[in-house]
Design a protein around this ligand. Structure first.
Ligand code: RTP
Ligand code: MG
Length: 141
């Protein structure tokens, strides 16, 4: 296993529920470390660019609408196998299918309002981290 970095977003539904701390605690308890973080309100351009891979999908408009509906907290997580480890902690995209004890099982409302985002590959992580953070905003440990 290698030390990796991954991009995580606490989505507007979880921010509105006041569970930022509980979600970050799950990452920390699993051995992942926050090495960069910010709270921001996305606009259509920033959210649409982030999810550009889904541009042609029928749910794209709803996805951008949801991601711009309130502030999000964006962080870079670092740790052994961080990309897969974070996806495991998150659970399935649809909270109805998410394993018990995962973030989405415990905090997500629906497939749209599903509490968190996590990079799905090394290539995605690299692109997504650079999409939100300048190199000097990431604090090496
Ligand atoms: P994310 O990118 O947000 O971490 O979620 P994910 O990898 O688990 O799922 P992905 O396939 O990348 O989809 C991105 C977001 O689009 C919404 N979605 N809706 N209605 C649908 O069939 C559908 N499929 C995906 C979800 O909110 C998902 O998180
Ligand atoms: Mg995805």
């Amino acid at each position: 296993m290698a030390v990796e970095r991954t991009l995580s977003i606490i989505k507007p539904d979880a921010v509105a529920k006041n569970v930022i701390g509980e979600i970050l605690t799950r990452f920390e308890k699993a051995g992942l470390t926050v090495v960069a973080a910010k709270m921001i309100k996305l606009d259509d351009e920033k959210a649409g660019g982030f999810y550009a891979e889904h541009k042609e999908r029928p749910f794209f408009k709803d996805l951008v609408g949801f991601m711009t509906s309130g502030p999000v907290v964006v962080q870079v997580l670092e740790g052994e196998n961080a990309i897969a480890a974070n996806r495991e902690l998150m659970g399935a995209t649809n909270p109805k299918e998410a394993a018990a004890g995962t973030i989405r099982a415990d905090f997500a409302e629906s497939i749209d309002a599903n509490a968190v985002h996590g990079s799905d590959s090394a290539a995605s992580a690299e692109r997504e981290i650079a999409y939100f953070f300048a190199a000097e905003e990431i604090c090496a440990r």
